[in-house]
Write a protein that binds this ligand. Structure first.
Ligand SMILES: [Fe+2]
Length: 471
């Protein structure tokens, strides 16, 4: 694969489309009724300047509406302060793109405190209190209209919760009717807060607060079972003192891997907030948990692990444009069994490289059999894989030049099998510079439909499927 072909995944999007009917090759099942909304970067330039990191791209929403076998597409940038700043060439405060050293020091002296959090909410989506919200890892979430994708202003919580960072990966528990998330408050002692947002409210209720030992870990997602929450603290730590340096550029430069640390997994009781047990294991880094569930005498947490933090560096635009995803070390799907007493165990769930794991909504927080993920360990393509976590088997699908993104399983209404449904996945054909949406069979990963977009979209992050009718 040539580098040039790969660059399509990091080119800015030029057009916004509104409710365009897309050509479908194959058949989208009639029962699939609802909307897939995805979030991710749509543009990587500020004036004449290129942003530094994949995570910095300006938030753009994509919407795919499924109705009686047809698919309609819309895409729209969030109209945020970051978007306006990018238009006039003054965007700062991003993951790895920030103001120059002198202005940083001057601003620091003037304001004595960290910069205002960005509103470039490009990571994920949630529906909170009936509102659709674009999420990022600082408390500056943005509401949008699910019909038009028009930006509807800052999402305001009905609470007085203080935090400086917040989870963009809320876990929605259909069974208990709440989202679970985490936040980080910087202070003399840095503190993790675990919270719930009961369905039908916009109120974060504190479950517990856990002080960080020294520098706080960069935590991207939690493990949530029916009775427990797992906080995973890796050695990748946030060094706030580096904000004083004129040489740091964005949050990215605050991250430091501390060699003397293990990775700590803390089991918290979800109802009481009590810490049940803390386990320390060999160091690893993780962005994404897959799923978590209770057993009689412990908790199982499945996640994507990396040997260290080098994945974060290899997702900078410089690295990606010279090496593509080929320069990244593949993540591993692993299962930790965390007993309430005794020693934790670890096993590999799948031999290949994977990221962006998903599980059907109905199985989240419960024992489950099938996980889906982007398969990442071949050159010139990303595949999709279905992992049978019970039997250690898997099904994969690859096509040369095709980069498949986060696969989202949607189970058929009234299904009796866990994999009776479809998997929706956007993809970029880098040779044709053409984005596609695939509808795969959730059992076999055979292609049921291939839907062609009117444009190419850059590589995105996360999305959710919202069934119709939307309550
Ligand atoms: Fe993520």
């Amino acid at each position: 694969m040539t580098t040039n072909a790969f660059e399509a995944g990091f080119q800015s999007v030029g057009s916004e489309y509104e409710t365009v009917e897309l050509p479908v090759e194959g058949t989208v099942p009639d029962w699939l009724s609802g909307t897939l909304i995805r979030n991710g970067p749509g543009s990587f330039t500020v004036g004449e300047t290129r942003l530094n990191h994949w995570f910095d791209g300006l938030a753009m929403l994509q919407k795919y509406e499924f109705d009686a076998g047809s698919v309609r597409y819309s895409n729209r940038f969030l109209r945020t302060e970051s978007y306006a700043d990018a238009a006039d060439g003054t965007l700062t405060g991003q993951f790895a793109t920030d103001e120059d050293g002198l202005s940083k020091v001057l601003n620091w002296v003037r304001n004595i405190g960290p910069p205002d959090p960005t509103d470039n909410a490009n990571v994920h989506i949630a529906r909170l209190d009936g509102k659709f919200v674009a999420l990022t890892e600082v408390p500056n979430w943005v509401s949008f209209d699910p019909e038009t994708l028009a930006t509807a202003g800052k999402f305001r919580f009905a609470d007085s919760f203080t935090c400086h960072m917040i989870s963009a990966h809320l876990v929605h528990d259909n069974h208990r009717g709440e989202h679970i998330g985490h936040a980080l408050e910087f202070g003399r002692t840095h503190r993790y807060h675990l919270f719930r947002i009961p369905d039908g409210t916009r109120r974060r209720e504190l479950i517990t607060t856990i002080p960080a030992a020294g520098k706080p870990a960069y935590v991207h997602s939690l493990g949530v079972s029916q009775r427990h929450i797992i906080l995973v603290e890796t050695p990748l730590r946030i060094d706030l003192k580096r904000t004083l340096s004129p040489f740091h550029e964005g949050f990215f430069d605050l991250l430091r891997w501390e060699d003397n640390r293990e990775t700590e997994l803390t089991i918290v009781e979800r109802d009481t907030g009590e810490i049940v047990r803390r386990h320390a294991v060999e160091p690893f880094f993780t962005f994404h948990t897959i799923n978590t569930y209770d057993t009689e005498d412990g908790v199982v947490i499945d996640l994507i692990s990396f040997e260290d933090e080098s994945i974060v560096n290899s997702l900078s635009l410089d690295a990606l444009e010279s090496e593509g995803f080929n320069g990244t070390i593949p993540g591993r799907a692993v299962r930790f069994y965390l007993p309430f007493s005794g020693t934790p165990t670890r096993k590999r769930l799948f031999p290949g490289g994977v990221e962006l794991p998903t599980v059907p909504d109905e199985r989240m927080t419960h024992p489950y059999r099938y996980a889906y993920a982007q398969a990442t360990d071949r050159q010139g393509a990303n595949g999709v894989v279905k992992i049978d976590t019970e039997r250690g088997q898997s099904v994969e699908r690859w096509e040369d030049g095709l980069y498949i993104e986060e696969p989202i399983p949607v189970i058929r209404p009234d299904a009796t099998a866990e994999d009776d449904g479809v998997v929706l996945a956007t993809a970029l054909d880098v040779n044709a510079e053409q984005s596609l949406l695939f509808v795969f069979d959730a059992k076999t990963l055979t292609e049921r439909a291939r839907v062609t977009l009117p444009q190419h979209n850059p590589f995105g992050f996360h999305g959710r499927f919202f069934s119709r009718p939307q309550e």
